[in-house]
Write a new protein. Structure first.
Length: 149
């Protein structure tokens, strides 16, 4: 029997996660108008913690994140690779700690992607201001800011 390479194993795991997330018994419908404010696509315009200028982290393409609240899923782009996976929501509490599927394209500068993904893991709260600005927070500290697309 031929051994499986890393890419094949990754694809099998990603497909398994995708099908597991499609289980309709896990579907929650949110009627809370606060949570529904997350719905849609948002573009990153600020990320904290790095001394590297924002435009240097994302010289070609800014990260985006899309929320599918009804299915408790998120997807988007790190500025290079695409990702998707489950999110945990409870009013203004949010968690991105579950494993996400990601593409693995060759990127000329991976620093911005690493900063984005590491910061996303720290997020546990969120707020939306004027239905146009999404703030992702670690406790009460603003870590990431997005604009509605």
């Amino acid at each position: 029997m031929k051994a499986l390479n890393k890419n094949t194993v990754f694809c099998i795991i990603a497909i398994g996660i995708f099908f597991a997330s499609c289980d309709s018994s896990k579907k929650t419908t949110y009627t809370n108008s606060t949570v529904s404010k997350l719905e849609g696509t948002w573009e990153l315009n600020y990320i904290s913690g790095k001394t590297i200028a924002f435009d240097s982290l994302y010289p070609n393409k800014k990260p985006i994140i899309t929320f599918d609240i009804a299915n408790k899923l998120t997807s988007g782009s790190t500025g290079c690779n695409n990702f998707n996976g489950p999110i945990k929501l409870d009013d203004n509490r949010i968690s991105f700690t579950d494993p996400m599927a990601m593409t693995r394209m060759m990127c000329s500068d991976i620093k911005g992607e690493n900063v984005f993904l590491e910061t996303l893991k720290k997020i546990n709260n969120w707020s939306v201001k004027d239905n146009n600005t999404l703030n992702l927070l670690m406790d009460d500290v603003g870590m990431m800011r997005f604009t509605k697309k």
